[in-house]
Design a protein around this ligand. Structure first.
Ligand code: NAD
Length: 247
């Protein structure tokens, strides 16, 4: 119960890593606002699973790349929970194409969700954290932002951008009692990697010293740690959860 009494928001919390994060935060005692974009039924299932653990939860529809929708989500979350101590910026997409084929729309859509979305969500929840002198912001970046990847110039740029954002914000907000950290997952078994062809999967596995893809729960445990008092002296850091693929 390391997060007892805390309120958390998880963007993109209806499936994959975000779902595992929302459930893990609740298991440690946090009430959780689950943001989703389209799949209300899956988001509701996550909120119900959280309520079964005895914590409060609700679902909030918003496209994180739309500042007006993010503002409305903030208003609704604060109406229900009054405050937010932990913000997990998890929502993300990929639109992979070699750079030669990458058009303006493919570039912009990934930057809009993965980078601008983090800016908008952080903006709206920051004031309350600063006013109370306490906050935990955890940004889900990627190993691809550290290593680059063929066909992912847009995604890598956004995820690398998140690391610069995290480090800058950590410096700006430390005096207000807010820590800001990033997690850089390697290849995690979710919908995002399930579409990768088998031969490519084998090539990726060969590069992972632990010889397997990670599980969403293994990323969620790192989020719980960074969101807890155990990480009180950690800010501006990138925590790699990648099976040793990038060291
Ligand atoms: P996923 O596709 O299963 O989940 C992504 C979630 O983000 C979904 O719930 C989706 O609805 C939501 N989302 C997408 N666009 C949104 C928007 N505009 N507004 C609100 N929500 C939106 O993928 P995942 O693997 O669970 O990825 C979660 C995060 O982890 C992403 O930021 C991803 O880039 C990152 N990541 C994943 C891996 C991996 O191997 N799976 C590796 C490194 C980083």
């Amino acid at each position: 119960m390391r997060l007892k009494g805390k309120v958390a928001v998880v963007t993109g919390g209806s499936r994959g890593i975000g779902r595992a994060i929302a459930l893990a935060l609740a298991e440690e005692g946090a009430d959780v606002a689950v943001n989703y974009q389209r799949n209300e039924a899956m988001a509701r299932e996550v909120a119900q699973a959280i309520e079964r653990t005895g914590r409060a939860s609700d679902i909030y529809q918003a496209d994180v790349s739309d500042p007006e929708q993010v503002q409305r989500m903030r208003d609704a979350v604060l109406k229900r929970f009054e405050r937010v101590e932990i913000l997990v910026n998890n929502a993300g997409i990929n639109r992979d194409k070699s750079f030669a084929k990458m058009d303006d729309d493919t570039w912009r859509s990934v930057i809009s969700v993965n980078l601008n979305g983090v800016f908008y969500c952080t903006k709206v929840f920051l004031d309350g954290m600063a006013a109370r002198g306490y906050g935990r912001i955890i940004n889900i970046s990627s190993i691809v932002g550290q290593m680059g990847n063929f066909g992912q110039a847009n995604y890598a740029a956004a995820k690398a951008g998140l690391l610069g954002f995290t480090k800058s914000l950590a410096r700006e907000l430390a005096g207000k009692g807010i820590t800001v950290n990033a997690i850089a997952p390697g290849f995690i078994a979710t919908d995002m990697v399930s579409g990768v062809p088998d031969d490519v999967k084998q090539k990726i596995l060969a590069q992972i010293p632990l010889r397997r893809f990670g599980e969403p729960e293994e990323v969620a445990k790192a989020v719980v740690f960074l969101g807890s008092e155990d990480a009180s002296y950690i800010t501006g850091q990138v925590l790699n959860v990648n099976g040793g693929m990038y060291v």
